[in-house]
Unconditional design. Structure first.
Lengths: 242, 320
């Protein structure tokens, strides 16, 4: 469904993403993990059209989308959320989600109905009239999800939706994400908390210092010496085995 | 919104009856208030709803005023017909400024400055090119016939201003309940999120400024037909830009009735300070007193009521 081939992206002298590739098949939940600063968000932003890659190609459902503007990529059926939540602060949750829903219909009533349905799916039914600015961190994360979902994507790119949440909230949002997948939406998510990913993803990619260092099931990844070193430092794998 | 309906009906009835009940000078004041509310609303679409603060909206106003006046005076056009062309010209200038500045990614204060620069360039051009008659300005021959867009009785220009104001309110109302309006608000609140949700931010902004420019240009023609004289300072001076911005900010930027309430508030201050200056000898030399009061008021509103006077009427959580 999504093919990312040899993407590189630098900012000045910093190579944020270096020859990274990944694939997502329809119906999967795929995780992209890596320590802080590994380049996950940059790779995401590049896939979603917010950055133009220096090299490499992205295709979605067989069509090349490299360097297309975000709204065109959204039109193709792929939407991202933001790690640093970007609510429309001055308007209500309903209106926030309606902006997403308007992507599919110009009709106000339909958009409002769609917004309420999506709010139900992410557990925000009781907060529809709250202002975006008044939401808690967990609420904002849900709103990110809801708005993106309202555009009717086939592939959702979730950028650290669990960061900053407490364990109870994480359990709740994991449930929400499972529901979304059950509704037929493919999901690629980044996370630097590995535990959160293992409970969701069938396959995991590991990014470190801009490079893809491993790929496999969560269990295999957790055993991978390179991955352990990326998280715990050079030589850690040997120490742990001993 | 439903409790606003009886208020609107009463307000409309009062506005219709007003010129029949009061002396002529108060009719003119009412006319000016509605006119300012109208051009204020054109600013409000850009600066309020879409969050693209312009300091040079007068560029559209002047474009409208000069387009219709030149067509009328130099080429003998009927002013009503020229009015349509003036709106198209204002829309075209809005389109051009939007394409140039939004293509270059200008936002916030940079956009405000570039609009100010455009207005100044237009003012200087109007001062120097031959077809605007330069600094002398242009005089429209007085010929008060309705088909000539000139009226003997001030009541008609009053009703025309009222009609313009109502049309602008309907446009704003439509914005609050349409996809286009929702997208403008989304762009104001967070441009990146808007892009991620499939909004072609550039295209929407261009559409927005084209609409706003056409509206403001309609106000320019109206002004020229009322006073029958324009010069570069009137048509492209910074005063009108500030006035449009001020009435929207004072009333409530991004609200339907903000510019109207702001315009009546400022008109009221104007009259009260004029009266004060005439009865209090110490204030006689403080001219114009109204500007000082405006300034204080703007400071207070920005500090205490950033959503303008409208926020006094609104229930706390805003929703559709």
């Amino acid at each position: 469904m999504l093919e990312v081939r040899d993407i590189s992206k630098s900012f000045g002298g910093l190579k944020a993403v270096d020859n990274a590739s990944l694939d997502v098949a329809a119906g999967e939940i795929v995780g992209l993990i890596g320590p802080n600063g590994a380049g996950k968000t940059t790779l995401f932003a590049t896939i979603a059209g917010f950055h133009r890659p220096d090299a490499g190609a992205v295709s979605f459902e067989g069509k090349p989308i490299t360097g297309l503007a975000p709204h065109r990529i959204c039109a193709a059926g792929m939407v991202r959320t933001f790690q640093i939540t970007q609510p429309f602060a001055g308007i209500s949750v309903r209106e926030n989600i309606m902006v997403g829903a308007y992507f599919r219909t110009a009709d106000r009533r339909l958009a409002a109905r769609e917004a309420e349905a999506v709010a139900g799916l992410v557990g925000m039914k009781d907060q529809l009239d709250q202002r975006g600015a008044d939401l808690t961190v967990a609420g904002r994360k849900r709103l990110e999800l809801a708005r993106a979902l309202a555009t009717g994507p086939r592939l959702l790119l979730l950028d650290e939706v669990m960061a900053g949440l407490n364990p109870t909230e994480i359990v709740e949002i994991v449930g929400v994400i499972k529901n979304i997948r059950a509704a037929g939406v493919t999901i690629l998510l980044t996370e630097h908390v590995m535990q959160a990913v293992t409970s969701l993803a069938e396959r995991v990619y590991v990014l470190n210092q801009g490079r893809m260092i491993a790929e496999g099931t969560p269990a295999a990844i957790a055993d991978n010496a390179l991955v352990i070193e990326a998280y715990l430092g050079h030589g850690a794998a040997k120490v742990l085995r001993a | 919104m439903s409790r606003a309906v009886p208020l609107c009906v009463v307000g409309l009835a009062a506005a219709l009856a007003w010129p029949l009940l009061v002396p002529n000078y108060l009719v003119t004041i009412g006319m000016l208030a509605f006119f300012t509310a109208f051009i204020g609303q054109s600013w409000n679409i850009a600066g309020g709803f879409a969050g693209q603060t312009s300091f040079g909206h007068v560029v559209f106003f002047g474009t409208g005023a000069y387009t219709s006046t030149i067509l009328q005076v130099t080429y003998g056009w009927n002013p009503w017909l020229a009015w349509l062309v003036a709106m198209a010209a204002g829309g075209a200038v809005g389109w051009m400024i939007a394409v140039l500045s939004f293509r270059a990614g200008l936002r916030g204060s940079y956009f405000a400055l570039i609009t100010l620069a455009f207005a100044e360039v237009f003012r200087i051009l109007a001062n120097s090119v031959p077809f605007t008659k330069g600094g002398l300005g242009m005089l429209i021959k007085a010929d008060p016939r309705p088909e000539n867009f000139q009226f003997k009785d001030p009541i008609w220009i009053y009703y025309l201003a009222l009609l313009l104001c109502i049309v602008s309110l309907l446009i704003a109302w439509q914005l609050t309940r349409s996809r286009f309006g929702a997208r403008l608000v989304a762009i104001r609140e967070n441009e990146d999120a808007a892009r991620a949700l499939g909004i072609d931010v550039f295209a929407e902004k261009v559409k927005m400024l084209t609409l706003s420019g056409a509206m403001c240009a309609a106000g320019g023609t109206f002004y020229a037909q009322k006073y029958l004289y324009i010069d570069p300072g009137i048509a492209f001076g910074v005063d009108k830009s500030v006035e449009m911005l001020l009435v929207s900010m004072v009333g409530g930027a991004g609200t339907i009735f903000g510019p109207l309430i702001g315009s009546f508030t400022l008109m009221g201050i104007n009259e009260v300070t004029r009266w004060l200056a005439s009865v209090v000898p110490a204030l006689k030399n403080v001219q114009p007193l109204s500007l000082i009061v405006y300034g204080i008021m703007l400071i207070l509103i920005v500090a205490r009521l950033p959503d303008g006077l409208m926020s006094l009427f609104r229930r706390k959580p805003r929703h559709a």
